[in-house]
Design a protein around this ligand. Structure first.
Ligand SMILES: [Zn+2]
Length: 215
């Protein structure tokens, strides 16, 4: 009889432990939505961004952004684009940038990732560079992760660079700007127009973001 009592007590304890393991917190965590990545293809509509002949920055950023989003969705991330076609978000640059970051803030995004194209006067620099807001440690970690994933395309280990950029400052979550290449560099311009190169860039960005998010 005593043995039976001990087994009964043990059974009650085990049931209690099982219930604690399934406390509302645990259940909520299991059902939590996956991280939301807001991808922001730079420029659009009336604002072409950097231009080289018939090549517009706004076209390149959109192509890479859409490919990046698709790859993240395949990894079970939620993705929201600030634009998914050739359109501006407002009639002035500042309002347009405020809209982009404001959108990410309102959605409670986990990550904000702008995509742009670089340009410089010597025509010698090529490859992607990741920029982040210097005051944000998490933005730096995100930028580092994406930079590392882009090393094969950059052709070198290129550390992320701090920058004070309006759109990154307005965003209230880890925020980066991936400059995918240089429109001032002839070969880079050709590369950025190729679907295969765009996919490599997208793979790097998606992989860097996924690694930052922990998977
Ligand atoms: Zn730009």
């Amino acid at each position: 009889m005593r043995k039976l009592l001990i087994w009964a007590v043990l059974a009650v304890l085990a049931a209690g432990y099982w219930l604690i393991q399934r406390s509302p917190d645990t259940v909520a965590a299991q059902g939590a939505p996956s991280p939301l990545v807001v991808i922001d293809p730079g420029h659009g509509g009336w604002d072409p961004g950097a231009v080289r002949g018939a090549v517009y920055e706004k076209t390149l950023t959109l192509a890479v952004a859409l490919k990046t989003g698709l790859l993240l969705q395949q990894r079970d991330r939620r993705v929201y684009y600030t634009r998914s076609r050739d359109t501006a978000l407002s009639t002035t640059v500042i309002r347009d940038l405020n809209q982009r970051a404001g959108l990410a803030n309102r959605l409670g995004a986990t990550i904000f990732c702008s995509v742009h194209v670089n340009i410089e006067s010597t025509g010698t620099m090529a490859g992607p560079i990741v920029y982040f807001t210097p005051t944000s440690g998490s933005s730096y970690r995100l930028a580092k992760s994406v930079s590392r994933a882009l090393v094969p395309l950059a052709g070198q280990v290129r550390p992320p660079r701090p920058i004070r950029q309006w759109v990154l400052n307005v965003a209230q979550m880890p925020a980066i700007n991936v400059e995918i290449g240089f429109l001032s560099h002839q070969q880079d311009t050709l590369n950025m127009q190729s679907a295969a190169h765009q996919r490599q860039l997208a793979l790097g960005i998606a992989q860097g973001i996924s690694q930052y998010l922990g998977r």
